[in-house]
Design a protein around this ligand. Structure first.
Ligand code: 5GP
Length: 196
């Protein structure tokens, strides 16, 4: 049987990356889909592990080659995308694929794979809380934070296009919910998120 696809999407600051890392630490047979990006690597990030860091030119070349399952230009001039070869690589390893992508990418991957994919939308309890989280994280300039908040507000509108929602009020509870959703989906059981 081919590996299944599990998509985690969320406005920035909703905690999806923490949830994805948690799921990867468990024995679900999940492997992380490493995206390609044209942005600069941040301290501590590794090429081939966090992202495939490409120049804009390399990225555009792969777009022209039709190498991407989906790609997007996010935050003006920065490209992100999922390489078809990445999904194949993971499935050939006999693993399930887990994606950490933005909401548009998530919707596109779900459209492509249909019932083989579980699309999970992770939501902060409120926009206020999201602002607090982004400001606390403060790895970025105020301008970049404002850009992320504006994008996050727009992304919250995509919720209904996902299979299930996890409202992340408390990380421990969100982790438990994510574990149940993913294990049910892998076992072929019906899945129930916070909006049923
Ligand atoms: P960051 O720069 O903080 O790593 O990611 C910025 C945003 O791009 C996040 O919402 C992240 O999930 C999203 N992203 C990462 N990889 C992909 C991808 O392959 N496709 C799409 N559409 N978005 C991605």
């Amino acid at each position: 049987m081919q590996g299944k696809l599990i998509i985690f999407s969320a406005p920035s600051g909703s905690g999806k990356t923490t949830l994805v890392k948690h799921l990867l630490s468990l024995e679900f047979g999940l492997e992380f889909s490493v995206s390609a990006t044209s942005r600069q690597s941040r301290p501590g990030e590794t090429h081939g592990k966090d992202y495939y860091f490409l120049s804009e030119e390399e990225f555009r070349g792969k777009i022209n080659n039709n190498d991407f399952l989906e790609w997007e230009e996010v935050y003006g001039g920065i490209f992100y995308g999922t390489l078809k070869s990445e999904v194949e690589r993971i499935r050939n390893n006999g693993n399930h694929v887990i994606f950490d992508v933005d909401v548009v990418g998530g919707v596109n991957i779900k459209k492509f794979y249909g019932d083989d994919a579980l699309a999970v939308f992770v939501k902060p309890p409120s926009v206020e809380e999201l602002k607090n989280r982004l400001e606390k994280r403060s790895t970025e300039t105020e301008e970049k934070i404002q850009m992320r908040i504006a994008k996050a507000e727009q992304e919250l509108g995509f919720e209904s296009r996902f299979d299930v929602v996890i409202v992340n009020e408390n990380m421990q509870e969100a982790m438990k919910k994510a574990e149940i959703l993913v294990s049910d989906f892998i076992e072929g059981k019906p899945v129930n998120g916070d909006h049923g």
